[in-house]
Design a protein around this ligand. Sequence first.
Ligand code: SF4
Length: 257
Amino acid sequence: LEISINGKLYAAAAGEKILEVARRNKILIPTLCHSEALPGSASCRLCVVELHKEGEVQFVAACSHPVSEGMVVQTESQALSANRRRLLQLYQLMAPDSSRIKNLLAVYQGEPLTRLTADTDNKCILCGLCVRACDQLGTSAISTVFRGTHKKIDTAFAQPPVACIGCGACYNVCPVDAIAMEDQLGQRRIWQKSFELVRCASCGEYYTTREAQAFLRHKLGDHGVDLELCDCCKARRTAEKYRDGLHLLEIYNIPQG
Ligand code: SF4
């Protein structure tokens, strides 16, 4: 099917979200709570775009709104810029040190709000990506606690979480660097717990915790091949296998398609 974004037509597949089509075609739509691995939470609202239909405008979250034939999307307008600017100003009060928010605010020419006080102790914008990452993994070691202005992401009873395997998924997915994780001298410290780090079997660099490795081995079973390799070495091995495969196709003169 075909959709129009900012006046140009683009091919899209049924079920795709507006954000996927836009990003594939290098059209910038800002996001904070979006991750390729955990798409569509629509919580930060920065990706809201305009849908134009029969003279009417509807505002939808690009990360969760599916495409449909003939859809007309506008990703930039005065109204959208004003909305993003105001959201970013408010997020900056929640996470004043976030460079990602500062950079986005500069794009949308937003000055920091002065009539409200920034929470300098806080770093989190409560997008929930870390909780989703941990849930998706099957560990569910962290969650939102309390309500209203006291709402935050934490472990149960603010204690070191039994279920945490120190994988760092929550830390890596956080868009505003709100989660503290420290790797030092073969030890990882996160959520008030310490873990022993293990080295990649190929390059020898520390890359994950013993608990995370054991958890994935248990979870993936026989499919957990290459679990002893870091992401870089895994990617290199995959590329080598692919290259070897192509080489065999050439040797046996098998058409590549
Ligand atoms: S480090 Fe712990 S809390 Fe964070 S995603 Fe992994 S298991 Fe969950």
